[in-house]
Every structure is written in structure tokens, then in C-alpha cells.
Design a protein around this ligand. Structure first.
Ligand code: S3P
Length: 426
């Protein structure tokens, strides 16, 4: 696909689509709770549809009426064995969280995915779930998908210190612990997104948290609830960066979720001198975010902020190419095991456009400000790298970027190109 180059201005408002992490979890909790749940603002992207399809195949009734999803949950024991392997497409969140749910369901399930998901390590969940007594295995030493799970109603509770900062691993263990008799203790390496903990409480469950330690006891029964999904800050991030790096830009991003475990990008933009203002809503954890063209400076991004902006690092790397001075991203080795190796791919793509960027063992070093040039880019099935490339094209003035593989953007943001057209006035 040939991308638009060098736009002269961008203006307007975008109602950012629903948060992907919250959407997956809302479907999961509604399916394992007892009674009816309703979900408003659910993200209807390929990843989330994979989660919905998995629960439909396990016998859960899920309907959509006037943009509200209605789910009839029947408790953990209401899930029935799927007749075929559950295909989770590109979605690591679906595979890892579902493994935690299926752990205590007394039947066999096979979980598969696309090429990208088939190359993502599942050993991070296999190891602790085996510690609980689960029969679970993937392929090879790193337990790549397909994953075979033989669920078991009598697992042992777990005391586990996570070796990686991962909300997916934490959530898988919380799901398994919710339906396992006894007290489990999960200790995070660093604070990661808290949507699972929030939703356990919202669906009537209990847990206690003290800094990095979560204590949860099972067996708990959850009750149907109503979820209002906020806009996804990880999707808004692309427009935040567009609004900062394009000349004559003024964008308002509406109803964006600002759970503090997700707002690292806002802190970084402020440190880089970006013009950004946040107006919080009074009645939920959302805000309208306004960004404008800015003179940016480089910064250091490391340590505990990394899990708070892990999915935004590709677009932050692009932002750094337009900032004066050096930006260093450290402690982000997790980027290597995302939908692609994002350290390698971001560096390769931005270098091919003329940026001064170097990959390191655990991040990137970027020196700005540099002009970016037209070239051909293959985003290799990684939705966020596809969107980063589209935003980069807006400031390229010597031709058009050819993007190979743009279809993957529907993984998390199906209306991305429509929203883009609305702000460039097409
Ligand atoms: C997610 C957690 C993060 C993130 C992913 C969504 C979640 O992954 O990168 O896009 O919804 O829990 P990790 O748990 O691997 O860090």
C-alpha cells in the first residue's frame, strides 16, 4: 500500500477505539462469572474477536445488540470442551490468559495461532502452571504454540516470583488461582498493567495487594457485571506522536483510558518537551488528551517506566528521531519477544528511512533530529510497527513510503485508516 506523504497539517478529534487489554479481560471474566454481563465500548479487532470465538466454541452465549455485548456466564464449570483446537490468531494475550482459565477446567484443549504467535515463548506460563500441577506443554524448550492443556480441577496454590515483568503471566496465574483451593501469592518483578486485578474486584472477587505482591485465595465465584471499556492509550499513542511531529498539528483524543500502569508515554512526552494536555473526566478513569506540534528534546527511558509503556516503544522510537539530541531506551529486552523482535525491526525500518538509530541488547539509542525518507517497508505482521510506519510517512517529503503488510493493523485498530483520513482532511 502506498502511504500518504508530507501532510501540511493535521487537525480534529478522534474517539479512540476500546482498550485491547480491557476488552479481552471483559470477555473472559464475563464468561467465567455467573449471570449476565454487559460490555460497552468493546474493541472489535481481530485479536479480541479471537477471544470471543474461543468462548463461543466453549459453549458461552455471546451476543451483540446496539453495540453492547451481552454475555451469559455460567461460572468456571460452565465452560465445555471445544470440538477443535482454539485458533487465537495473532493474540498472545488470548493464549496466555486462556491458559490460566483452562488450567482448572477438566478437559483437554489445544491452543494454536498464526506464524507470529507460533514463535512466541510460552515457557513463561508453562513453568508456573506446571508448578501448580497442571499438565501443559508446547513445542521445544521454549514451549512454542501449539499448546496442549489437560485441565485439572485439583491444582495446588502457587507462591511465585515472576522472573519477567509481564501482565500476561501475572493474569494467567490469577485466573488459575481464582479457581484453586488455598492461598496463592504472586510477586511481580515490576508493576505491570493492573486490569486483571481491577476486574476481579469489579466481578465481585477478592484479592489483596501490597506493592508488588498479590495474595488471592480460591475457590472464588464471580458475579456478572457491567464493563465500560475506555479508549486504548496504546492506540491513542500513534495520534499523540503524529500531533507532536507533524507541523501545524492540533489533535484532541477523546475518552482515553488513563490507568496509571499504562500512562508512561505521557510522562515521556512531557519530559521531551511535548505540548500535551490532559483533561480528566470526573466519573471514570479516562481523559481527553490534546497534542500540538512541538520542539522536542531527547530523553532517557529506563527502569520501572518500561512496563508502563512497553507497547508504545516503537512509536516512541519514531518520536525520538524528531527530537533534538539523544534518546536512550534501556531495560526493554521484552521487546524482542513481542509480535516481532521490535528492537531489531524498529531499528531496521527507521534506519532504512534515514534515522540515526542503533539497536542495543535491551533497547535502542536514537540521535535526532533527522529527516526521514521514502522507502519500502515490510512490517512483518506486526500491527504496531505497521502503524508506526504510517505515522512516519506523514513527515516524509521526498516520495511515498510503500508499506507491505498493512492488513495486520486490524489486529488492534480496524478503523485506523479512516481515523487518519479524518484528521488530514480527506
Ligand atoms: C498485555 C500485556 C503486555 C503487552 C500486551 C498486552 C496484556 O504483554 O505487551 O500487548 O493485555 O496483559 P506482556 O505481559 O508480555 O508484557
Amino acid at each position: 500500500m502506498q502511504l500518504k506523504n508530507h501532510v501540511k497539517a493535521i487537525k480534529g478529534e478522534i474517539l479512540v477505539p476500546g482498550d485491547k487489554s480491557v476488552s479481552h479481560r471483559a470477555i473472559m471474566f464475563a464468561s467465567i462469572a455467573e449471570g449476565t454481563s454487559t460490555i460497552k465500548g468493546l474493541l472489535k479487532s481481530e485479536d479480541v474477536l479471537a477471544t470471543i470465538k474461543a468462548f463461543l466454541e466453549m459453549g458461552i452465549k455471546i451476543e451483540e445488540k446496539d453495540n453492547v455485548f451481552i454475555i451469559e456466564g455460567k461460572g468456571f464449570s460452565g465452560l465445555s470442551q471445544a470440538h477443535k483446537p482454539l485458533d487465537l490468531g495473532n493474540s498472545g494475550t488470548s493464549m496466555r490468559l486462556l491458559s490460566g482459565i483452562l488450567a482448572t477446567c477438566p478437559f483437554k484443549t489445544v491452543l494454536t495461532g498464526d506464524d507470529s504467535l507460533s514463535n512466541r515463548p510460552m515457557d513463561r506460563i508453562v513453568k508456573p502452571l506446571r508448578q501448580m500441577g497442571l499438565d501443559i506443554a508446547g513445542q521445544g524448550e521454549k514451549h512454542y504454540p501449539p499448546l496442549v492443556i489437560n485441565g485439572n480441577t485439583v491444582l495446588r496454590p502457587i507462591h511465585y516470583q515472576l522472573p519477567v515483568a509481564s501482565a500476561q503471566v501475572k493474569s494467567a496465574l490469577l485466573f488459575a488461582a481464582l479457581n484453586t483451593e488455598g492461598n496463592s501469592e504472586i510477586i511481580e518483578k515490576q508493576l505491570t498493567r493492573s486490569h486483571t486485578e481491577e476486574m476481579i474486584k469489579q466481578f465481585g472477587g477478592k484479592l489483596t495487594q501490597k506493592e508488588l505482591q498479590i495474595t488471592i485465595s480460591g475457590i472464588q465465584k464471580l458475579k456478572g457485571s457491567h464493563v465500560n471499556v475506555p479508549g486504548d492509550i496504546s492506540s491513542a499513542a500513534f495520534w499523540m506522536v503524529a500531533g507532536l511531529i507533524v507541523d501545524n498539528a492540533h489533535l484532541r483524543l477523546k475518552h482515553v483510558g488513563i490507568n496509571p500502569t499504562r500512562t508512561g508515554i505521557i510522562d515521556v512526552i512531557q519530559k521531551m518537551n511535548g505540548k500535551i494536555s490532559i483533561s480528566k473526566s470526573n466519573n471514570d478513569n479516562t481523559a481527553d488528551i490534546v497534542v500540538e506540534s512541538s520542539d522536542l528534546v531527547g530523553t532517557m527511558i529506563e527502569g520501572d517506566i518500561i512496563p508502563r509503556l512497553i507497547d508504545e516503544l516503537p512509536i516512541i522510537a519514531l518520536l525520538a528521531t524528531q527530537a533534538k539530541g539523544q534518546t536512550i531506551i534501556r531495560d526493554a529486552q521484552e521487546l524482542k519477544v513481542k509480535e516481532s523482535n521490535r528492537i531489531a525491526l524498529v531499528t531496521e525500518i527507521l534506519s532504512s528511512m534515514g534515522a540515526n538509530i542503533k539497536a542495543t541488547e535491551d533497547g535502542m539509542i536514537i540521535n535526532g533530529k533527522t529527516n526521514l525518507h521514502a522507502t519500502t517497508v515490510d512490517c512483518k505482521g506486526d500491527h504496531r510497527i505497521g502503524m508506526m510506519t504510517v505515522i512516519a510517512s506523514l513527515i516524509v517529503d521526498d516520495g511515498n513510503i510503500e508499506l507491505v503488510g498493512h492488513e495486520t493493523i486490524a489486529t488492534s485498530y480496524p478503523q485506523f485508516f479512516e481515523d487518519l483520513r479524518s484528521i488530514i482532511g480527506e
